[in-house]
Write a protein that binds this ligand. Structure first.
Ligand code: ADP
Ligand code: ZN
Length: 727
C-alpha cells in the first residue's frame, strides 16, 4: 500500500504530499517517521492509496510514532480547507499538534505544590492574619482544608504576593512533586442561577434549532450563563463543545466559573500552561476524557470528536484573527468545524461586528437578543466631556475637571474606578486642539496619517499625499500636533492628582509575565487597589462588583486610526469599557472625554444604540464599497532594500491590473507605501485590492499565486484578507 505523507518542514519547496510504501498497520491520521533525503523526519499520513503517483523508487515508512492515529479525519479535511486559504501543510499540523508531541519526548514533570504547614495551630494563626488581608486569610483556610494544591491552580485565584506573605509567615510552603498533570479545581461556589426570561428564551431558541446564531446581548446581560446552558445541552446529547474567548478575557474568574460548572469535563487552554500541561490537556480532549475545550483562538483546534456546539464570545474581537504566520480567521475555522460536525455555532457580543450583524439581518445567521442587563440593572450613564472646552479654560492635562470630581466622589464612597486609555500604536494623526478638526482623505473618507519624516499627510488606502498644515482650516488655531500620551503617563498623573488612592496599571508592559496579569486583576478585584489604569486589556469581560466609575481619557484615539473600521472599533471600545461600570448593586457612570463630541459614533454610543450605529455605518460602507460589500485584499511587500520593496509592489500591482482587465471580480487596485514605512529594518509597500465578495474563491488563489511568485529571496509578500489594521 502507498501512504501519502506530509512532512514537518514549513517550506514552500516541500509543501506537498510525498508517497511512501506502507504496511497494513498504517492508517490515515498516523504520525510517522520517514526517511527524507539524508534525514529522518516526522510526518502525518493524510491518505492511503493502491498505486503511487510517481514512477520514482519509493522509500518505506520507518515507523509509526503512536499506538493509534492521533489526527482525526476532520483535521485532514480541515487541512485541505486551510490550504485553499494559502496555508502550508506543515503549518496546519503545527496548529493541530502540541509542540511536545512534535520531535519531543513526553516526560513526567515535577511541579510545585503548596502545602499548609500542619505543625501550626490553624485557629491561632488564622486569627493572627490581619482582617484587612482578606486574600491571605482565604488562601490559608483553603489550603489548610485541602492540605495541598498545585501552585498554578492557586495562582488562578490568588496573587503571588499573597502566597509570598503566607510563605514568609511560615504558614505554608512550596515543594516540587510528581503529579498527573490533570488540572485540579479549587473549591468555587458553583450556583446555577435561575435564568432570566431573556436568557431562557435565547437558550431555548439555540437549543431547539440549528445553524449559526448571533447573540446580541448588552454587557452584563448574562451571556456566559446562556453559553453554559447550551454547552450542558450538547453534553447531554453526548456531544462535545468548544468555547472561545479573547485571550485577555480568560481571567481567573472565568476559569473558576467553568471549572465549578463542568469540573474535569472542561479542559482549559491558556498561555500560562507549560508544554507538558498543554500536551496533557490535548490528550485528555483527544481521548474524550474532557469534552469541553475552553480557551483563546487556538482552542478552535481542540481535538474533539462529535462537536455539538462552538461558541465565540466577543465575536467582534480582533484577537480572533491570527495576523502572524500562520494566518487564519478563527471564524472561518469555526464555520468549517460546525459544518463538518453538524454543530451549532454561537457568536456572542454586546457590539457585534458590522459584518456579522449584516449577515444576521440578511438571514444567514439567526439573530437572538438580550437587550437588558440581568435583574434589569441600568446600563451606566455616559457623560460626554468636551476637551476643547477644557483647553479653552486653560486645562491642558489629561483629566477634565468633571472627571476629577467624579473620581473624588467614587473614592470617598469607597468605590473603585477604572481609567481607560487606548494607546495609539505607531501611526499618528493631526488634530486641532481647539475645534477637534481632523484632516481626512477627500476620496476615501478615512483620516489621513501624519508622517513626521517629510511633514506630509497621507491616505493609506489610496496613497494620496498632502502637504501638512500649520493652521486648522476650520478655525485657524495653530496648535495642531498631537503629543503622545500613554498609560504610563496617565498612571503618573493619576497618582499626582489622587495621592491617597492606590493605583495600579495594566497594559502590555506590565503584563509580560502571565502571573503579573493575574496578580493585577486579583489585586483589583480583592480591593487592594482603588484605581485601575489600563489599555484595551481592561475593557473586556471583567466583572468587578465595586467599580462604579469608568473614565475614558481620550475616546477619539481609535477613531483616527486610518482605516474603514475606525468608527466601528470606537463604538465597540466605548460600549465595552462602559460595560465595566455598575455591574452589581451599585449604579455605574462613565465619563467620556473627547475632542469631537459631535461625531455620530458618540451620539449612538451614549444611548447604547447599536442598531442606530449599525444603520448609519452600513450605509456608509455601501457607499464607499467597503466590507461587507466587498473584500479588501492587501498584499504586503517587505524587503530590507527599499528599491526592491517598491519595485516588487509595483510589478505585483501591474500584474493584478492585468488580471483585473481579464476577469470580472476585481474592482480596484492601488499601490502605495504602508502606514509604517519601515519595521524591524524591512521596508513596507502594499497593494490594496477591492474584490467582489462572490469572487473571493476564484480571485484569491490567483492573488496568492501572484504573491508567491513575487516572493523571492530578497522580497517577502504577505496576503491578508480584510486586514484588521492597515499599518
Ligand atoms: P455578559 O457576558 O453578558 O457581559 P455576564 O455573563 O458576565 O454578562 O453576567 C453578568 C453578571 O450577571 C454575572 O455576575 C453573572 O454571574 C450574573 N448572572 C448571570 N445570569 C444570572 C441570573 N440568571 N441570575 C442572577 N445573576 C446572573
Ligand atoms: Zn484616500
Amino acid at each position: 500500500m502507498i501512504a501519502e505523507v506530509v512532512v514537518d518542514i514549513s517550506s514552500s519547496d516541500v509543501d506537498k504530499v510525498f508517497d511512501y510504501i506502507a504496511d497494513g498497520s498504517v492508517s490515515a491520521g498516523d504520525r510517522v517517521l520517514v526517511p527524507f533525503g539524508r534525514q529522518k523526519l516526522e510526518g502525518v499520513v493524510v491518505g492511503l492509496k493502491e498505486n503511487p503517483t510517481t514512477s520514482h523508487t519509493l522509500k518505506a515508512i520507518e515507523k509509526r510514532l503512536d499506538p493509534e492515529p492521533l489526527i482525526l479525519p476532520e483535521f485532514i479535511a480541515l487541512t485541505e480547507f486551510m490550504r485553499k486559504k494559502n496555508l502550508r501543510y506543515a503549518d496546519c499540523f503545527r496548529l493541530f499538534i502540541p509542540g511536545k508531541l512534535r520531535g519531543g519526548r513526553v516526560r513526567e514533570l515535577l511541579r510545585n505544590h503548596l502545602f499548609a504547614n500542619l505543625d501550626k495551630d490553624f485557629g491561632k494563626e488564622y486569627e493572627s492574619i490581619p482582617l484587612r488581608a482578606k486574600a491571605q486569610r482565604a488562601l490559608y483556610k483553603e489550603l489548610y482544608e485541602a492540605k495541598s494544591l498545585p501552585e498554578r491552580v492557586v495562582l488562578e485565584k490568588y496573587a503571588s504576593s499573597t502566597i509570598k506573605a503566607l510563605t514568609e509567615a511560615g504558614l505554608i510552603f512550596k515543594e516540587a512533586v510528581g503529579e498527573s498533570r490533570t488540572p485540579v479545581s479549587m473549591s468555587v461556589k458553583g450556583n446555577r442561577p435561575v435564568l432570566t426570561k431573556a436568557q431562557q428564551a435565547v437558550a431555548d431558541k439555540i437549543i431547539s434549532s440549528d445553524g449559526t446564531f448571533l447573540l446580541h446581548g448588552v454587557t452584563g446581560s448574562g451571556k456566559t450563563e446562556v453559553y453554559m446552558r447550551v454547552i450542558e445541552d450538547a453534553l447531554g446529547r453526548g456531544k462535545t463543545a468548544i468555547m472561545l474567548v479573547p485571550e485577555i478575557a480568560l481571567t481567573p474568574q472565568m476559569l473558576g466559573i467553568f471549572r465549578a460548572r463542568f469540573g474535569s469535563t472542561v479542559s482549559i487552554q491558556h498561555s500560562g500552561l507549560s508544554d507538558g500541561e498543554r500536551f496533557d490537556e490535548w490528550m485528555r480532549l483527544r481521548r474524550g476524557e474532557a469534552k469541553v475545550a475552553l480557551g483563546a483562538r487556538s482552542a478552535i483546534f481542540a481535538p474533539l470528536k462529535d462537536v455539538g456546539v462552538i461558541i465565540m464570545d466577543e465575536e467582534h474581537d480582533s484577537s480572533y484573527i491570527s495576523e502572524s504566520n500562520p494566518r487564519y480567521f478563527t471564524s472561518e475555522i469555526a464555520e468549517f468545524r460546525a459544518k463538518y460536525n453538524g454543530a451549532k455555532l454561537v457568536l456572542g457580543s454586546a457590539t457585534p461586528s458590522v459584518e456579522s450583524y449584516y449577515k444576521a439581518l440578511n438571514g444567514e445567521y439567526v439573530l437572538v437578543e438580550m437587550p437588558e442587563r440581568v435583574n434589569a440593572r441600568e446600563l451606566p450613564l455616559i457623560e460626554t466631556v468636551d476637551m476643547r472646552e477644557e483647553i479653552r479654560k486653560g486645562n491642558l492635562g489629561l483629566f477634565s475637571s468633571r472627571l476629577v470630581r467624579e473620581i473624588d466622589l467614587a473614592l470617598k464612597e469607597k468605590n473603585q474606578v477604572m481609567l481607560f486609555l487606548n494607546r495609539r500604536g505607531y501611526a499618528s494623526f493631526l488634530r486641532c486642539r481647539n475645534c477637534g478638526f481632523v484632516p481626512k482623505c477627500p476620496d476615501c473618507d478615512v483620516s489621513l496619517t501624519y508622517h513626521i519624516e517629510d511633514d506630509t499627510l497621507r491616505c493609506h488606502y489610496c496613497g494620496a499625499r498632502f502637504k501638512s498644515i500649520d493652521a486648522c482650516p476650520k478655525c485657524g488655531y495653530t496648535d495642531l500636533k498631537e503629543g503622545k500620551t500613554g498609560t504610563e503617563k496617565l498612571e503618573e498623573e493619576t497618582k499626582r492628582i489622587f495621592p491617597d488612592a492606590r493605583v495600579i496599571r495594566m497594559d502590555n508592559d506590565t503584563t509580560r509575565l502571565r502571573d503579573a496579569y493575574t496578580d493585577i486583576l486579583t489585586k483589583f478585584s480583592s480591593g487592594e487597589a482603588d484605581i485601575l489604569v489600563g489599555t484595551q486589556m481592561i475593557a473586556k469581560g471583567h466583572d468587578f462588583k465595586d467599580v462604579t466609575l469608568v473614565g475614558i481619557i481620550d475616546a477619539d484615539i481609535a477613531l483616527y486610526y486610518s482605516d474603514y473600521r475606525s468608527a466601528e472599533r470606537t463604538f465597540q471600545l466605548i460600549t465595552q469599557v462602559s460595560g465595566r461600570a455598575g455591574r452589581a448593586d451599585k449604579a455605574g457612570k462613565v465619563v467620556m472625554q473627547t475632542y469631537s463630541p459631535n461625531h455620530y459614533v458618540y451620539r449612538f454610543a451614549k444611548s447604547y444604540d447599536y442598531r442606530g450605529f449599525y444603520d448609519n455605518e452600513i450605509r456608509a460602507r455601501e457607499l464607499t464599497k467597503y466590507p461587507p460589500f466587498t473584500k479588501i485584499v492587501r498584499l504586503l511587500v517587505l524587503s530590507d532594500a527599499e528599491e526592491l520593496a517598491r519595485s516588487g509592489a509595483r510589478s505585483l500591482a501591474a500584474e493584478v491590473v492585468t488580471l483585473k482587465n481579464e476577469r470580472a471580480g476585481i474592482m480596484r487596485v492601488q499601490v502605495m507605501q504602508s502606514a509604517i514605512k519601515r519595521l524591524k529594518s524591512y521596508y513596507r509597500y502594499q497593494v490594496v485590492i477591492w474584490i467582489d465578495c462572490d469572487a473571493e474563491d476564484e480571485i484569491c488563489p490567483l492573488l496568492y499565486a501572484a504573491a508567491g511568485r513575487a516572493s523571492t529571496g530578497k522580497v517577502s509578500v504577505f496576503t491578508e484578507i480584510n486586514p484588521q489594521q492597515m499599518l
